[in-house]
Ligand binder design. Sequence first.
Ligand SMILES: O=C(O)CCC(=O)C(=O)O
Ligand SMILES: [Fe+2]
Length: 217
Amino acid sequence: MQAIELPGADLAFDPDWLPGDAATDLFTRLRHGIPWESHRIRVYGREFDPPRLSCWIGDPDARYRYSGRWFEPRPWMPDLAALRDRLAAELDVPFNSVLANLYRTGRDAMGFHRDSEPELGDAPVIASISLGAERRFRLRPYAKHAVAGAHSLSIDLPHGSLLVMRGTTQRHYQHALPKTGRAVGERINLTFRRIDHSSGNNSSAITNASSRPSRAG
Ligand SMILES: O=C(O)CCC(=O)C(=O)O
Ligand SMILES: [Fe+2]
């Protein structure tokens, strides 16, 4: 893992976390094995399909709230459980859930947001595995909590790579997976997380809603 310097953030990156062949086999199995669905969301009172397909997988108690909706986890599949166990050992974090996203074309994307749901805790560790087409990941300072020297950053996430966001990254930065006009193939992203409802603070639902107006797009 190499550290990526960014003031107020804690980022580590391994472009070759999974060997190419293993990553390709995994992509194929997940592409066909994950029950991809549209996590229809509500933004400013209107419902729509975000530009990607998703699936929330985890332990039975790892319910997840996002864009004002609760998602019940689907059960672990062997491939994802194996990745979870390897990440838990390497990063010393007992991950209990993963959000899988499928970006079908360059038009599929995720808008700027923070992974700041209260049940993730104050300083979540998010372990993000990329498979398939390389896409550009962007970080930008979160205006409300910007630190001295903070700046925007782009990281190209290749097939088989691992990006880890830790510490105050979610507090000080937003991130996004923008659309691209290039002709790109499909990409799967897996973000492993630890949901802890005992540290959840339901009163922050309002802050939460206002902090992520654009994740959908
Ligand atoms: O697709 C990516 O690389 C980012 C996904 C993401 O930010 C998320 O699932 O919260
Ligand atoms: Fe995110």
